[in-house]
Design a protein around this ligand. Sequence first.
Ligand SMILES: Nc1nc2c(c(=O)[nH]1)N[C@@H](CN(C=O)c1ccc(C(=O)N[C@@H](CCC(=O)O)C(=O)O)cc1)CN2
Ligand SMILES: NCC(=O)N[C@@H]1O[C@H](COP(=O)([O-])[O-])[C@@H](O)[C@H]1O
Length: 195
Amino acid sequence: MIKKIGILASYNGSGFETIQKAIIEKKLNAKVVVVITNNTNAGVLEKAESYDIPYFIINDKRYPGQNIDDKIARLLLEFGCDYIFLSGYMKKIESNLLSAFPNKIINTHPALLPSIYGGIGMYGRFVHEAVIKNGEKISGVTIHYVDEVYDEGEIILTKELELTNDETVDSLENRIKELESVAIVEAFEKLLAKS
Ligand SMILES: Nc1nc2c(c(=O)[nH]1)N[C@@H](CN(C=O)c1ccc(C(=O)N[C@@H](CCC(=O)O)C(=O)O)cc1)CN2
Ligand SMILES: NCC(=O)N[C@@H]1O[C@H](COP(=O)([O-])[O-])[C@@H](O)[C@H]1O
């Protein structure tokens, strides 16, 4: 039975597009069945539309007073998702959503974990700014299961890179994104082979 993947994203969803392209190229035997974002302006919405994948915007503004993660969980269950991939999703996954998909929610983090480059405040460019400010020689990508605490779930795989002497936040962000696209496909190859 082909495995179904649900996507949560807050911005462009580059990781989602990496997965979708790998599926099209038959590198991954899976199907992305739904894309959910908390951001009405997220670039991921256009990407989902271009691939004819159902997409939904779920946030407090649209559903005031409702339990957002319960709504997300119900939708993901409705679409029969086997895995949930966080493609740059910037909100805490709460216990009700975690318990609906035990050991099935996967995140990509743009640094090596465990480290000071994970946890609250450590997302997107903030991660690369901290890595460069601290003079790190190595950074990388971590693909991990999501648990109750930001960036402390069981690690699926990591990929490293060496910073150049003249590395900038922009150059590091771009290089990490390239490394991430390889790591995401490799991680899902590993997961799908086990399932
Ligand atoms: N229960 C979990 N939820 C989430 C995890 C996780 O590991 N466990 N990973 C994050 C993704 N992430 C890093 O990989 C991450 C995202 C966002 C933040 C953060 O500090 N967010 C801010 C709010 C930012 C915003 O609203 O734009 C905050 O919480 O104050 C840290 C790490 C996804 N969820
Ligand atoms: N802590 C979570 C985090 O920082 N995730 C990072 O957000 C980026 C989203 O980029 P995108 O919007 O272009 O896909 C991704 O590079 C991902 O590693």
